[in-house]
Design a binder for this molecule. Sequence first.
Ligand SMILES: Cc1ncc(COP(=O)(O)O)c(C=O)c1O
Length: 397
Amino acid sequence: MEQVTVAKRLDGIAFAGIRKVFEKANQLEAQGKKVIHFEIGRPDFDTPAHIKAAAKQALDKGLVHYAPNSGIPALREALAGRLKADKNLTYSPESEIIITAGGQEALYLSFMSILNEGDEVILPDPCFGPFPLAVGLAGGVPVKIGLKPTQNYGYDWEAVKKTLSPRTKAIVVNSPHNPTGGVWAEEQLRAVARFAGEHGLWLVCDDAYDNLVYEGCRLSPAGFPGMRERTILCGSLSKTYAMTGWRIGYIAAVEPVIGAAIRLQQNIMLSLCTFAQHGAVAGLTGSQDCIQAMSQEFARRRLLVLDMVRQIPGVVLEGNPQGAFYVFPRITLPGMTSAQVADYLLDNAGVAVVDGLAFGEHGNGHFRLSYAVSYEDCREGLERIAGAMKMLVQKNS
Ligand SMILES: Cc1ncc(COP(=O)(O)O)c(C=O)c1O
């Protein structure tokens, strides 16, 4: 048979590391084994009832047709209202906000809107997998910078300064951070904003976890003097309201960027699901107590997880993850890769974690553990990991 070839631009795109673990875990479950799912990066809560009710009502009213390319006006207004109330940021719902298919499409549209061929983008390493792909598909070059666990998983500034070039176009901030849970301190956010300002760069802020900060700073760099004009906020309702399947995110930025993103959106998605957008309006304009309730539960699990992870033999947690729902311990066992340890934990302890290498080279030797599972599962899973790691350490000594 003739060899089927696909576009070369897809050459670097591997099957996501997280999906591989997920599928293997599902196979074990099909054989009747109980697996603890520390690999999944989504809240384990249901979408709050009032959000679902608003979407159902929209369906019943027949709101089933195309929406405007930039999103329904009520949702853009609701987002502008939240950005003002929560972060004291002012964006025009008419010209400075676009609704996207989750934060992930927000990132793709942003990079497509600002990058020319060969433009460089400074990214954290490890990072959320699609970042380098989104930059590359937009013609840009991802420049990955290692993070410092003991400095809230912030950029290694010496490395950042060394990589600065005439082609540097943007620098990315993702605080709280996937996969480490790191939350940058105010001085760190101010430093990156200053750096972007001094060198005329875009600051792309991935705010997917902005409502999941348990300790530390919640400021947005867009609020710092002179930064509104050069910051692109890529946000999402996925994690905040347990709405990952609804696919609602947004970009807030100056008009030329949003204008470019709308032209792309017209030709890519056309528009987002209309009744899902009506549900999202209810989320943003209704009581925010649901966020508080979910975040309190995550905060409770975080304390348990930090305490238990720090006692696991053969791993060390160098930083203090203060947000999202992740921890990213480093494996200290010699002679074993993080992929081998992740496989070992799934096969021997029935616990699924993600090999840190899935998030970039600097993630090698770590694994990501997501505590978006019940408190009881957090405890049981960590007990299982501790037991399995103890055996590995004994074998290796
Ligand atoms: C850092 C980060 N950004 C963006 C996203 C995209 O989320 P969504 O497209 O569901 O908004 C994720 C999802 O896990 C993420 O971890």
